[in-house]
Design a protein around this ligand. Structure first.
Ligand code: TYC
Length: 106
């Protein structure tokens, strides 16, 4: 029998092999939360500046947060998500707005 002839028992072994472990890293949703005080225009500016979202989509997302209480604004690897949250929170605090931005594992 040549080297590359497969026998039935070899095929069974192949079927039982575990998947190669190339797990994707977990992804994180970054969300904005509604509040009663942060100006709508300020939230739109945040979405444009830190998430590269265009004005009309930024307006839609801001209104979704305003009406529903929160919205996902993007999904990122852990370090990027943390950076976004920090940028938003730092900018909001600098302008004395109570806006909250949080991240959550998908
Ligand atoms: N609710 C705010 C207002 O009426 C607007 C707002 C939208 C605040 C989204 C936070 O994440 C937010 N001025």
């Amino acid at each position: 029998m040549s080297d590359n002839d497969s026998r039935p028992e070899d095929e069974a072994d192949v079927l039982l092999q575990t998947k190669p472990k190339t797990k994707r890293p977990p992804m994180y949703k970054v969300m904005l939360l509604n509040d009663d005080y942060t100006p709508m225009e300020f939230v739109i500016t945040i979405l444009e500046r830190f998430f590269q979202i265009g004005h009309s989509q930024a307006t839609e997302i801001m209104l979704t947060v305003h009406k529903k209480g929160l919205a996902v604004v993007g999904v990122f690897h852990h370090e990027i998500a943390e950076t976004k949250v920090t940028q938003v929170m730092t900018f909001a605090r600098k302008h004395q707005h109570p806006l909250q931005c949080v991240m959550e594992k998908e």
